[in-house]
Design a protein around this ligand. Structure first.
Ligand SMILES: [Ca+2]
Length: 365
């Protein structure tokens, strides 16, 4: 479920091209929603945007044993907008019936009547519904069982599908035929929630009976003890929070290990420390984009005492040495650690005067 995005960041000076991996970071210093947002924007990209169930799993994995509620980047924008349940779909076609939608200032869902016209409805109403392309068939599947809009959405998603998106007169006709002229839910819903980073992501992962829009509950937290589901809560309450954004940067400049260390400490935080398999995976992914055969990491060898250590940090439990490398071997002095840019991407000891690309950690978690 681990997913890594790559962005190309063009900068000037010593760092002509840097490649950044993006991820979730749980911050366990409690802050109000606004202070959490300021923190994330300063140290990462923004508060976390969650695009799909895979992101939910990824975010849960970042939480380890945290059982609290943590802010994500969803907030009440006061403007009620219609969205398709399927992600990343623009509302570029509508077929509302006369007087529709009613645009009441409360959650709403759209249904199609027996003539193919849409109307706004209370999402708790029980109706049959259309799932889209179940089994990759591309058609529509009518589910005759009457469910609330949200339960209908869950039903379709359990079939690895979603409620139908209707984006042209032709598909509206096809959906009407599939509905056998019953009134059915389609995948359109209305809410006032917006993402802090401006993303149009329409994914929602509410706990049952949430959001309940109680006074001042204008910010959203993920509840780790409840499968990461969401609740709208008062924004002023100090909570843990989840940022999303870069934390590792590949510097495509060939420097010695000491130069690389001082570059990272001056411009970012430090040469990367690989203390978990998760970080190793990220390092391996971005090291593939390097212009040198190995990439410096923050691993240092002391020939005096014959052991390896992470520069300025206690040695971690995680290790990934290439065969014949690491503690069982005696190195000369001035040897430091690098990761192979390709192949098994394991760690090797190299003379610290070699000039290689390197990976900085961009900020402290
Ligand atoms: Ca609530």
């Amino acid at each position: 479920m681990k997913r890594i995005h790559f962005y190309l960041l063009i900068t000037s000076g010593m760092c002509p091209v840097a490649l950044i991996s993006s991820d979730f970071h749980l911050i366990t210093q409690p802050k109000s929603y606004d202070d959490a947002k300021t923190y994330c924007r300063h140290f990462y990209g923004d508060l976390a945007t969650v695009h799909n169930l895979s992101d939910v799993n990824h975010l849960m994995a970042s939480a380890l044993n945290d059982s609290t509620r943590a802010w994500i980047g969803l907030e009440n924008g006061r403007v009620w907008r219609w969205h398709w349940s399927q992600p990343d779909q623009i509302l570029d076609y509508v077929n509302w019936g006369p007087g529709e939608p009613q645009n009441k200032s409360r959650d709403g869902c759209a249904a199609m009547d027996g003539r193919g016209r849409w109307f706004e409805s209370d999402c708790a109403a029980l109706r049959s519904f259309l799932c889209q392309g179940v089994g990759g068939t591309g058609g529509y599947t009518l589910v005759g069982e009457a469910k609330s809009w949200r339960d209908a959405q869950l039903h379709c998603r359990d079939l690895l599908s979603d409620l139908v998106s209707v984006r042209s007169a032709e598909t509206n006709e096809a959906a009407l035929r599939a509905s056998a002229s019953q009134t059915v839910w389609i995948g359109l819903f209305k809410d006032p929630w917006r993402w802090s980073d401006g993303s149009p992501a329409s994914f929602r992962h509410w706990k049952p009976s949430q959001p309940n829009y109680l006074e001042g509950q204008d910010c959203v937290a993920t509840v780790f003890s409840d499968q990461g589901k969401w609740n709208d809560l008062r924004c002023g309450r100090r909570r843990h929070f989840v940022c999303r954004g870069e934390n590792l940067i590949l510097i495509r400049e060939n420097l010695t290990w000491i130069q690389a260390l001082s570059y990272c400490r001056k411009n970012h935080v430090d040469l990367v420390h690989i203390t978990t398999r998760d970080v190793q995976e990220k390092v391996a992914a971005i090291a593939k984009n390097s212009t040198s055969p190995h990439v410096w990491i923050g691993l240092r060898y002391t020939c005096l005492f014959n052991f390896w250590f992470w520069a300025t940090s206690a040695p971690g439990c995680y290790q990934n040495w290439a065969p014949g490398q690491g503690p069982q071997r005696d190195y000369g002095c001035r040897v430091t650690g690098a990761v192979q840019a390709t192949g098994g991407q394991q760690w090797v000891g190299l003379p610290d005067g070699e000039r290689l690309n390197f990976i900085c950690s961009a900020c402290a978690g």
